[in-house]
Design a protein around this ligand. Structure first.
Ligand code: ZN
Length: 188
């Protein structure tokens, strides 16, 4: 059990794709415990292994709110197998302390992953819920993608990053997301 240092935006390893876990070993169980300990210490909704300097395909989420307690979840080797709808919501990240900006996300996702016992499970998260968005946010970390890459307005995002003494938006990383854009237009 250990509280780890969270890597901040600008750290190159946050941009590296993470590797598959081949065996859900004792080492992975320790990594998961460290992720929970660190996430709860810093009041996060989710935390991915690369954020504590381990480039493996593992993340944890606890999307509980005051009115809606939920089970803490472990995702090992996750795959998003279905996605639909679109939503714009403000998001933050433990690697971007105090910084929030609106981003585009799918409303509904179906994810397949292994749990802490190595058993495969499938989970549906719908309605643009905190869980649905966290699954996408944390999944991105395993690909070296950061929430800021989904920002709706890069100029506003830049201003916000500057205010929090963080590096600017990386222009070559910005995502176009025509599919989400089309969905959002349909919503209007
Ligand atoms: Zn994050």
């Amino acid at each position: 059990m250990a509280i780890k240092k969270i890597l901040k935006y600008g750290e190159p390893s946050l941009r590296e794709p993470s590797k598959e876990v081949h065996k859900v070993s004792k080492k992975i169980a320790e990594l998961v415990q460290d992720l929970f300990d660190t996430m709860y210490t810093f009041n996060g909704v989710g935390l991915a292994a690369p954020q504590i300097g381990v480039n493996l395909r593992v993340y944890v989420i606890d999307a509980s709110t005051k009115d809606n307690p939920m089970k803490p979840l472990v995702f090992i080797n996750p795959k998003i197998i279905k996605k639909s709808g679109a939503i714009i919501e403000e998001e933050g990240c433990l690697s971007f302390p105090e910084a929030y900006t609106p981003v585009r996300r799918y409303k509904n996702v179906k994810v397949k992953a292994q749990d802490i016992n190595g058993r495969t499970f499938v989970l549906d998260a719908t309605d643009g819920s905190l869980l649905a968005r966290a699954i996408q946010h944390e999944y991105d970390h395993l690909e070296g993608i950061l929430f800021i890459d989904h920002c709706v307005n890069r100029f506003e995002a830049d201003e916000m990053l500057k205010k929090h003494n963080l590096p600017p938006v990386e222009e070559d990383k910005l995502l176009e997301e025509p599919e989400l854009e089309a969905e959002l237009k349909n919503n209007d």
